[in-house]
Design a protein. Structure first.
Ligand code: 2HA
Ligand code: ZN
Length: 279
C-alpha cells in the first residue's frame, strides 16, 4: 500500500484535524458544558489537508442546504453531527463527525467522510455557515465556529442585564485577562428558537464585529483561527462568568476600575470596544 492510501485508511488516527476535534470535544464534555447532544463545532479545512487523508473525488452522499451559501462554494469543513454526543466523538469519530464540501452553487453539501449511518451535520449549521461567511470577511485567518452550553455563561444570562455593553464590562471586571483576550467584547441575541435560519442570520450579523455571541438561557458561540483559539476565548468568557456567579451574590466590595482597565489595554496594546469604559 502506498503511503497516501495508508493515510486514507487510517484517517481516524492520523488526521490532525480529526484528532484535535476528538480531544477538544471530550474535554468540553468533561467541563460539563456539552450535556447529551449539546454543542456543535465546524472547522474550515484546506483542500490540500483534506486531500492528504480523504479521496476528495469520491462523494459518499449529497445533502441539500435549505439556506444557500454561495460565498462558501468549494470550501471544506469538518463538522459535528446532529444529535451526536460530544462525549462519544473520541471513541467513534467516523459516526459522530463529517468532512463535507459545499458544492459549486452553494446549495448542497458533498459528504466526503464520516456521518456514518445517514447522520447529518449539526442542527445549528445555518448559524455556523453564516458566521463563517461574516468572520472570513473581517479575518482571513478565521477557521472555527464553536457552540457550547457553557454553564456559568448561561447562569449569568438569568441574573445580569442583557445589555451587551454592561455585560461586557462586568466580564472585563471579573478577571484581569478578560480585556486582553476579548477587547472586542461579547454580543448578545434576544432569546430565539435554535436551529433556524433566523437565529443563524442574527448570529452572523453580530459576528460582523464580534467573535463571541451569547444566546441567553442557551449557550455561547465563539470563533477563531484554530480550535484552541475559539476554545480559549469561550473558556475565558466562561471563567469570568463563573467568578461573577461566585462573587455577585456575596456583595462585591471592589472591582477593577475603568482607569485600571484602560491602563491594562495600553500595556497590552489592545483597543477596548468603544462606549464601555469612562474616559
Ligand atoms: O447541538 O446545542 O443548539 C445541540 C445544540 C443546539
Ligand atoms: Zn445549543
Amino acid at each position: 500500500m502506498t503511503n497516501s492510501m495508508q493515510n486514507k485508511e487510517n484517517i481516524n488516527m492520523q488526521a490532525p484535524f480529526v484528532r484535535e476535534i476528538c480531544e477538544i470535544t471530550y474535554h468540553m464534555w468533561s467541563m460539563g458544558w456539552d450535556e447529551r447532544n449539546g454543542g456543535n463545532i465546524s472547522c474550515l479545512l484546506d483542500k490540500e489537508e483534506v486531500a492528504a487523508y480523504v479521496d476528495i473525488e469520491h462523494v459518499e452522499r449529497t445533502l441539500p442546504l435549505s439556506f444557500p451559501v454561495p460565498e462558501l462554494r468549494d470550501k471544506y469543513f469538518i463538522v459535528t453531527g446532529s444529535g451526536k454526543y460530544f462525549k462519544n466523538i473520541i471513541s467513534d469519530p467516523k459516526a459522530n463527525l463529517g468532512i463535507v464540501r459545499v458544492n459549486e452553487t452553494g446549495d448542497q453539501l458533498d459528504v466526503l467522510w464520516g456521518l456514518r449511518d445517514d447522520a447529518v451535520p449539526t442542527s445549528e449549521l445555518p448559524s455556523h455557515f453564516m458566521s463563517h461567511i461574516e468572520r472570513l470577511k473581517v479575518d482571513p485567518n478565521h477557521r472555527v465556529v464553536m457552540h457550547t452550553h457553557a454553564t456559568n455563561v448561561i447562569a449569568m444570562t438569568f441574573v445580569h442585564e442583557l445589555d451587551e455593553k454592561k455585560f461586557t464590562k462586568t466580564l472585563w471586571q471579573m478577571c484581569t485577562e478578560c480585556l486582553v483576550v476579548f477587547p472586542d467584547g461579547v454580543s448578545i441575541l434576544p432569546w430565539l428558537v435554535p436551529g433556524t435560519s433566523e437565529i443563524g442570520r442574527q448570529t452572523a450579523d453580530k459576528m460582523k464585529d464580534h467573535r463571541v455571541v451569547i444566546w441567553p438561557h442557551h449557550g455561547i458561540f465563539g470563533t477563531g483561527a484554530s480550535l484552541d483559539d475559539a476554545f480559549g476565548l469561550i473558556e475565558t468568557v466562561e471563567k469570568a462568568a463563573q467568578i461573577y456567579m461566585l462573587a455577585s451574590h456575596q456583595g462585591i466590595k471592589q472591582t477593577i476600575t475603568d482607569q485600571q482597565l484602560l491602563d491594562l489595554a495600553q500595556a497590552f496594546g489592545v483597543t477596548p470596544l468603544e462606549g464601555i469604559l469612562g474616559e
